[in-house]
Design a protein around this ligand. Structure first.
Ligand code: NAD
Length: 503
């Protein structure tokens, strides 16, 4: 990346609002390097910021998915992409990373308008991750190698990784661009061709990415983007006989559908990144209880709590519970909830009326079950028409309550206490999910024992939500299978081939 590629983030609300008014949004599918209107059907995309319709977007169904899969099939079977020198594929991904940087303000704005998150976070977290992801896999493309195991001396064996073919990627709305990048960047680096279906709540940023991929010089059909809803376009992609791999991020319930679609079609490989109910264990010997409280609050309220890894169950030792919970509650009350386009905002709007109603339903269930509401719980009027919610903390939560068991996917923290480590582990693992967990302790032995005992794809120690592209990300149990990020992501988009030669 060159310095002049990096746009400077705008730093006042009026400038973002002005930019939003003049923002040109892509509203058609992107197939085979061209805009594609499809059948002409269209659906509105509503901004959680103020309830206004941002754009009317082409509504893809089976026909549009079929067109896009056909374009990807042709690009894979007959096009140059899988046959290019890997370094050349890598250079195209680096150009795409540069273009993302160049359009960073507009892409960040698009994400915040369609999803409701603060624009400072879209810019600083999401768009940074998107550019880094394309750059990381672009740089990795020509550093992969096959292996030649030591076989019987009369033979030579080559174990090679080949691109798996046409990849369908279906992603949610909470990180509409970075989760798309986590799928398509490694798939493209491996030499696959992709069809991306974003969430119907947030198709605009993904449609913009499709255009940038073509501008970066990816051959036509290598990255196609089709907007549409889950039960129609998502299902058509999951069921398509010409899709070799389906990479999904979303809810556990919809993950099950994709396994069924594969079983009922062509047994395509299905990789799932699903929900979570992550436990955050605070022990009395934590190196810094204030740091633990700060991370607990930052973790659950970041991105309006719409995080698969949100530390939604705070498991705190009874001896320090009062101190830690007081601090978390104070931080919740101090959080600035407001207009996503105001750079001072720390928590924006939850992603629309339907999501808000679901989260309020969880809050009502906590009240009815006898959990104690320490703060929050009410809708806020911030920008008229928008869907804003107070940061919410319940304590006296027990493991059997819905607050402990179901993914809320909103800014709602459930606090449980424990007396012994065995009890903490039992409660922490008492969930169908296994995405992430955290432990706060100064004792090396305790930390290792707990890390081994916790059934989760990531265990953070004395921190939360940290990491970079070098480490794999994914879940145990019903939080999914396979891993995004790191070199391990390439395993999802490649097939292993053995060539055995008799000498
Ligand atoms: P969702 O499962 O409702 O939707 C995700 C995607 O699937 C969307 O593109 C949607 O259109 C599509 N879809 C919905 N119903 C479908 C169907 N019947 N057939 C085919 N496709 C269908 O999830 P969401 O509400 O968009 O996102 C929230 C969920 O995503 C949460 O459960 C969260 O934990 C999970 N998530 C997981 C990760 C992770 O990496 N593990 C990351 C972010 C979000």
């Amino acid at each position: 990346m060159t310095a002049d590629h990096e746009e400077r983030r705008l730093d006042d609300r009026a400038a973002w609002v002005r930019r939003a008014e003049g923002l040109a949004l892509a509203t058609q599918h992107r197939v085979a390097g061209k805009d594609e209107a499809g059948s002409g059907a269209a659906f509105p995309v509503v901004s959680p910021r103020d309830g206004r319709v941002l754009a009317t977007v082409a509504d893809g169904g089976a026909a549009e998915i079929d067109l896009a899969v056909g374009a990807a099939r042709t690009a894979f079977d007959a096009g140059p992409w899988p046959r290019l020198a890997p370094a050349e594929r890598g250079r195209a991904l680096l150009r795409l990373a540069d273009l993302v940087e160049e359009h960073r303000n507009d892409l960040a704005l698009t994400v915040s308008l369609e999803n409701g998150k603060p624009v400072t976070e879209s810019y600083g977290v999401e768009l940074r991750a998107v550019a880094q992801t394309f750059r990381w896999y672009g740089q990795l493309a020509d550093k992969l190698h096959d292996t030649a195991p030591h076989t019987d001396p009369g033979a030579f064996a080559l174990v090679s990784r080949e691109p798996a073919g046409v990849v369908g990627a279906v992603v949610p709305w909470n990180f509409p661009l970075s989760l798309a990048a986590w799928k398509v960047a490694p798939a493209l680096a491996a030499g696959c061709a992709c069809v991306l279906k974003p969430s119907e709540l947030t198709p605009l940023s993904a449609l913009a990415l499709g255009r940038l991929a073509d501008e970066a010089g990816l051959p036509a059909g290598v990255l196609n983007v089709v907007a549409g809803d889950g039960p129609t376009a998502g299902r058509a992609l999951g069921s398509h006989p010409d899709v070799d791999v389906l990479a999904f991020t979303g809810s556990t319930a919809v993950g099950r559908h994709f396994l069924r679609y594969a079983a009922d079609s062509n047994l395509k490989r299905v990789w799932l990144e699903l929900g979570g109910k992550s436990p955050n264990l605070v022990l009395p010997d934590a190196p810094d209880l204030e740091a633990a409280a700060s991370a607990a609050a930052a973790g659950i309220f970041f991105n309006q709590g719409e995080m698969c890894t949100a530390p939604s169950r705070l498991l705190v030792h009874a001896s320090v519970a009062d101190q830690v919970v007081e601090s978390v509650v104070a931080r919740a009350r101090a959080l600035r909830v407001g207009d996503p386009l105001d750079p001072a905002t720390e928590m924006g709007a939850v992603a629309g009326e339907a999501r808000l109603a679901t989260v309020l339903g969880h809050i009502a269930s906590g009240r009815a079950a006898g959990a104690r509401l320490r703060t929050g719980g009410e809708r806020l009027a911030r920008v008229p028409g928008g869907t804003y919610l107070e940061p919410t903390v319940f304590d006296r939560v027990t493991p059997d309550m819905r607050l402990s068991r179901e993914e809320i996917f909103g800014p709602v923290l459930s606090v449980l206490t424990f007396e012994t480590l065995d009890e903490a582990v039992r409660v922490a693992n008492d969930t169908e999910y296994g995405l992430a967990a955290a432990v706060w302790s100064s004792d090396l032995t305790t930390v290792h024992r707990l890390s081994r005992a916790l059934r989760a794809g990531t265990v953070w120690v004395n921190c939360y939500e940290e990491g970079d592209l070098t480490v794999p990300f994914g879940g145990y149990k019903q939080s999914g299978n396979g891993r995004d990020k790191s070199v391990h992501a390439l395993e999802k988009y490649t097939e292993l081939k053995t060539t055995w030669i008799r000498l």
